[in-house]
Design a protein around this ligand. Structure first.
Ligand code: HEM
Length: 152
């Protein structure tokens, strides 16, 4: 599951980047919302939701899951940088980002001009990307850092 969660990060980052580029171009050139872009936004949202589901499994039942690990009584989650990251900071930031992706994708279904759909989606996706980039446990992060490719 950690492996799957970690690889899904790359899929989501690629799809989200593509969605950002496409919505930027749609907004700049005042394009009509294409079926291809709608599909891209949908796949971006689906990959975010699958990452969320796997994340929910990990946070409860994974090797550092809340139901798997018994913290010593003197350990306070908010004072322990490892558990604070994986139980609080990482999930909260990612859930906010996934919410933004969902709202961004939802623009496709609104009855507003296509240029506005592209513009709104662009901003929702961009902010989501920035949050995700900040909340991924990159190798350089102290204590919580993980490899770019699992097992590497
Ligand atoms: C955009 C969504 C998310 C991305 C891109 C993401 C990415 C990652 C990455 C790259 C790792 C490190 C995996 C490794 O060890 O190689 C990780 C670990 C983890 N993530 Fe996420 N995550 C996301 C959402 C979530 C959510 C919503 C939760 C919880 C509700 C969550 C819970 C966890 C947990 C508990 C770990 C540690 C797993 C372990 O080492 O056993 N993640 N995540």
């Amino acid at each position: 599951m950690v492996l799957l969660h970690s690889y899904l990060r790359w899929l989501l980052l690629i799809l989200l980047l593509a969605s950002i580029v496409k919505s930027y171009s749609g907004m700049s050139y005042k394009k009509t919302l294409s079926a291809g872009d709608k599909k891209l936004w949908l796949f971006t949202m689906i990959s975010a939701h699958i990452t969320l589901l796997v994340g929910l499994y990990l946070i409860f039942f994974g090797r550092y899951g809340m139901f798997t690990v018994t913290l010593p009584p003197e350990t306070k989650v908010m004072k322990d940088s490892f558990y604070r990251f994986f139980w609080v900071e990482h999930p909260v930031m990612m859930i906010i980002a996934i919410g933004l992706i969902t709202v961004g994708r939802g623009q496709a279904k609104k009855s507003i001009p296509d240029a506005v759909k592209y513009k709104k989606a662009f901003w929702f996706f961009l902010i989501a990307l920035l949050i995700i980039l900040a909340a991924i446990p990159w190798p350089a992060y102290k204590e919580v850092g993980r490899p770019l490719i699992p097992g590497a």
